[in-house]
Design a protein around this ligand. Sequence first.
Ligand code: FAD
Length: 276
Amino acid sequence: MIGYMNIVVTIKQVPEDPGAVKINRETNTLVREGIPCVVNPYDLFAIEEALRIRESLQKAGARTRITVITMGPPQARSVLEEAIAMGVDNGILLSDRAFAGADVLATSYTLGKGIRKMEMVSGETIDLVICGRQSTDGDTAQVGPELAEFLGIPHVARVFAIDEIDASSARVRRRSDEGYETIQVDLPALLTVDKGINQPRVTSLKGMMRARKADIPTWGASDIGAEHDRIGLSGSPTKVVRVFSPGKSHKARLLQGSPEEVAHELAEVIRKALSS
Ligand code: FAD
């Protein structure tokens, strides 16, 4: 019988129009200042799923605490407010100049340290972490799995249905290339949820009033005990060397012939393109 569940949802602030962002040519990172930003659309499904788990557990007499956490610039507070307006209990902002330019590994490490700090502050362990499947800007879909590794918990990615959940485990369905799989996973666990798992609710006026007044702590690198060589640009083993919109060329060419001939000609075309 479950009495209480502690859920964390990771949410990311992304540009409303990914095509409108500017790139800092020195660091190849996004210039987010002055760009209208929103909650990463996949994370709205994650927030809604946490709220639905709360509602289903409430029927069984269980309580839940739902916390959203984001790593981003100070203006990322707005995505936490939106989540609180949807009905989550509280939000944590991980913000520090030292976090800037983080790649997926550094982001996952930072989120992991932030979640462990939450557990220390609340004295409660986390039972479930829900992430969106991917962000619409970085689009790597790696933070969820890497965060699970940092937390030392199992994860299931691309979940499109949570069929059962109790204090010790969850039975979920995830999309696969062949169709879908049903997976039983022990808690604590991390799930990344896919679009279509639910229909995210809209924020209520009452929720927005509550969000405006919410006390949202901002934690920097020293607050979460992050090692400086594992955060931000300097803690990122991968560098985005170039971000560009591929030029549109309409020079299409149909390669004809046997599979061997087409493969040979394709190799020639690629070799020429790489050497040009
Ligand atoms: P994803 O893994 O796609 O996001 C999955 C989920 O993780 C999200 O739905 C959300 O729930 C959670 N999440 C992601 N970021 C945060 C956050 N900051 N706070 C809270 N929750 C979060 N980094 C690389 O390591 N390799 C790359 O190839 C790479 N390419 C990039 C290309 C572009 C155009 C950009 C803008 C960034 C790129 N990055 C890359 C940097 C990477 O986007 C950031 O490190 C980012 O914070 C995490 O990666 P993601 O956006 O791909 O997240």
